[in-house]
Structures are given as structure tokens and as C-alpha cells.
Design a protein around this ligand. Structure first.
Ligand code: FAD
Ligand code: NAP
Length: 339
């Protein structure tokens, strides 16, 4: 067990922000993790952060505390019944590699979540979602280590408080648990969901008349690769803001002014509005100040063109929030975790 001092975090966050961590250690086993959190160097720090792939984080300053990077590995089929395979993956597994593993074994239901960066352990944190599927749709249970008591607790779906890009781990139990592994429930017989976003159009372009989980995953990968900036080339953390949910009355008022308003029914009284569209209408698509910017093809994604400080990206997000509030009366909420 080695605790390193003053480590650059640039390789550890997809925004590519160049800040340092006062202390930094990796763990590859639960025993090693328990040893780390028992150490006085861990216990005496006020700020503690469990890091996965750093793809949903913005560092706005040097991290004055300890960061533990999760390197727990392993994937196993733990159970099956008539309908489902139950697959347990260690929290440090790369998410997309895990998706590919499932596709190779014909485990269905995860295909729409292809090419999302990050780790398995972070997937329940914000109930990751894309193309109409969220973690909650394929979740069975997870095990997490309570930092103070060092006990391992099992969370079933009803314990996780999953909501739109949120869970108890991001809210009520924030900073209390380290997720060790997640078990997903994947179908033996696929039930494809191709109606969301551009999947159907992409399948057509691929000349696929009878899609399967592999071709749906391929379509999602093609769409994502064509419109989202690759963090290896332009720093970003995906969607910076959540899509706001507003009342049907407010939606009606906005739709009177803007006939092209993209909105989706949530229930009788509420609609989800595409945050990217709101930001674009305020003129920020392609906006750049120094090295901080708003992506040219997807306004919801804030980017680091090279040497932006985290505080500059954060300031840009503040400017965007104010502009959207002024124009539409809607308060955007950040999806990315700010440190
Ligand atoms: P990190 O950024 O390392 O951590 C995020 C938060 O989770 C932190 O608060 C961290 O402390 C906590 N955490 C991480 N691991 C653990 C653990 N084991 N135990 C306890 N806490 C933990 N998200 C979507 O939902 N849908 C998308 O389609 C999507 N597309 C993206 C596209 C791009 C190009 C990028 C850059 C990001 C995208 N994201 C998307 C956001 C991001 O990929 C996900 O939120 C991902 O799950 C973050 O994983 P991570 O391991 O990088 O988490
Ligand atoms: P898109 O397909 O251009 O759609 C724009 C927005 O409209 C999306 O945000 C999506 O909401 C919503 N939408 C589209 N079709 C819908 C439907 N049939 N029903 C309800 N809502 C619908 O979006 P995109 O930017 O290319 O992203 C595609 C998918 O990947 C989305 O699900 C998005 O959430 C996900 N994604 C997430 C991140 C992230 O960091 N969180 C980054 C990139 C992409 P939802 O976002 O609620 O799905």
C-alpha cells in the first residue's frame, strides 16, 4: 500500500484539468482498500474522494485531501434463471469493456449503454442512462463498503433511490460508501429498444433490417462517435447539465415563442426539455473563451480545448445558467460533480 504525495490529476480526469492531489493511492483488492481507510493518513483528511475514470468530475482547484483510485477487477456470472443472467462486475472494471463482455456472451439489455466512459462502480452513482435505458432497468444489487464502520452492505434496487441521473449515493449517502461491485440482471431473450434518438435512422443507414443486440450497440457507438467529442482529444465530461423537467404550463409558454422546442412528456403535468437546445438558443453553441468552451456540435457538453482551468469551465457554466434563467426562466442543474 503506497500513498503518494502531490500527484498531478491531469491523467485521471477526462476534462484534462491540471491540478494536484495532496495524497493519492490506488487499490486493487478490498483488503488493500480496508488497509487504506484504516490508515491515519486517510482518517485525518477532511476531503476524501473515490475516483473511477474521472469522466463525471470537474476539479476547480488542487484537491486538498486524499484520492483513492478504484482498480478492483473481475466479472462473473453468479446466477441464472429462465429469463435472466446475473452478472457481477467489480467496481473498477471499465464500463464499455464490461458492455463488450456482455455483448460477446449474448447478455441482453445493456446494448444502448455502449461507449459511456468510466467505471462499473460509478454506474449506479448517477444511474447512468442513454437512449432510453438507465442502470435501474438492468440493476439487481450492489455491495458497498461503509467508510466509517468498514462493513460491507448489500443494496437492492429499492435501497438505491434511483432517479433521473441520481441515486442515494449522490444525495443522502454521499461520501459514506465505496461501491465494490454491481450485479446486473441481463436478459436471455433480447427486448430491443430502438425507438430513442437516432438509433432507427442509424440502423437504416447500416442496412440492418433485423437488428440484434450487437447491431444496436454498433448503431449507438456510431452515433456517439460522430457527435460527441472524444475526451482523449478534447477534454470534457459529457453532458454538463441535466435536462430540466418543467410544468406543462411553462412548456406551453415557451412553445408559444419557439415552435421548435424539443420536449418529452414525463407525466400529465410535466415535460422534459432538452438542455442542449436551451443553451444553443442562448447562443453558446461553439462559444469559446480562452480554452473553455461549449462544443460546436453539442451545446450540452462543455469542453477544455487544452489549458483551461477548472474554475474557467465552472465560470462558463455559471454564465450559461444565468443566460438560460434569464431567457427561459429555467434553472439548469449541473450533472457533473464539482470538486
Ligand atoms: P468518476 O468521474 O470517477 O466519479 C464520479 C462520481 O462518482 C464521483 O463523485 C466519485 O467519487 C463517485 N464514485 C466513482 N466510483 C465510485 C465508487 N466505486 N464508489 C463510490 N463512489 C464512486 N453519463 C451518462 O449517464 N450517460 C451518458 O451517455 C454519458 N456519456 C458520456 C460521454 C462522455 C464523452 C463523457 C466524458 C461522459 C459521459 N457520461 C455519461 C458521464 C460519465 O461517463 C458517467 O457518469 C460515468 O458513470 C462516470 O464514471 P467514472 O468512473 O468516470 O466516475
Ligand atoms: P439526442 O438523441 O440528440 O436527444 C436530445 C435530448 O432529447 C436527449 O438529451 C434526450 O434526453 C432527449 N430525447 C431524445 N429522444 C427522446 C425520447 N424518445 N424520449 C425522451 N427523451 C428523448 O441526444 P444526444 O445528446 O445525442 O444523446 C443521446 C443519448 O445519450 C441521450 O440519452 C443522452 O442522455 C445520452 N448522453 C448522455 C451524456 C451524459 O454525459 N450524461 C452524454 C452524451 C450522451 P435524455 O438525455 O434524458 O435521454
Amino acid at each position: 500500500m503506497t500513498i503518494l504525495q502531490n500527484i498531478s490529476l491531469k491523467p485521471y480526469n477526462t476534462f484534462g484539468i491540471d491540478v494536484t492531489a495532496k495524497q493519492f493511492a490506488t487499490f486493487t483488492s478490498v483488503e488493500e482498500l480496508k488497509e487504506l481507510i484504516s490508515n491515519s493518513k486517510f482518517k485525518t483528511q477532511n476531503s476524501k474522494l473515490i475516483l473511477g475514470g474521472g469522466s463525471n468530475i470537474l476539479f476547480t482547484k488542487d484537491f486538498d485531501g486524499i484520492i483513492l483510485k478504484n482498480e478492483l477487477k473481475g466479472i462473473e456470472l453468479v446466477h441464472q434463471d429462465e429469463e435472466y443472467f446475473y452478472i457481477k462486475a467489480a467496481a473498477g472494471e471499465n464500463w464499455h469493456s464490461f458492455v463488450l463482455h456482455c455483448l460477446n456472451h449474448n447478455y441482453a439489455g445493456i446494448e444502448n449503454l455502449s461507449l459511456i466512459p468510466g467505471t462499473v462502480g460509478a454506474s449506479p452513482m448517477q444511474n447512468i442512462g442513454a437512449y432510453g435505458i438507465e442502470i435501474k432497468d438492468i440493476f439487481y444489487q450492489l455491495e458497498a463498503l461503509h467508510i466509517t464502520t468498514q462493513t460491507v452492505q448489500t443494496f437492492n434496487i429499492e435501497d438505491c433511490g434511483f432517479g433521473y441521473r441520481t441515486s442515494v449515493f449522490k444525495t443522502k449517502l454521499k461520501n459514506e460508501f465505496i461501491i465494490l461491485n454491481v450485479t446486473y440482471k441481463l436478459r436471455k431473450k433480447a427486448v430491443l429498444n430502438t425507438s430513442y434518438g437516432a438509433i432507427e435512422k442509424e440502423l437504416e443507414a447500416m442496412h440492418i433490417a433485423e437488428p440484434n443486440i450487437q447491431s444496436v450497440a454498433d448503431a449507438v457507438i456510431r452515433i456517439r462517435s460522430s457527435k460527441l467529442p472524444d475526451p482523449a482529444r478534447i477534454g470534457n465530461a459529457g453532458s454538463f447539465f441535466k435536462n430540466p423537467v418543467i410544468s406543462k404550463f411553462r412548456r406551453h409558454a415557451i412553445a408559444e415563442r419557439f415552435k421548435d422546442l424539443p420536449s418529452f412528456v414525463i407525466d400529465d403535468m410535466h415535460y422534459k426539455i432538452a438542455a442542449g437546445w436551451l443553451i444553443e438558443k442562448c447562443g453558446f453553441k461553439g462559444f469559446r473563451k480562452g480554452d473553455a468552451g461549449c462544443h460546436k456540435d453539442q451545446a450540452l457538453v462543455l469542453v477544455n480545448y487544452g489549458h483551461a482551468k477548472g474554475s474557467e469551465i465552472f465560470d462558463l457554466s455559471e454564465t450559461i445558467i444565468s443566460a438560460v434563467k434569464k431567457e427561459f426562466g429555467i434553472e439548469l442543474e449541473r450533472e457533473v460533480n464539482i470538486y
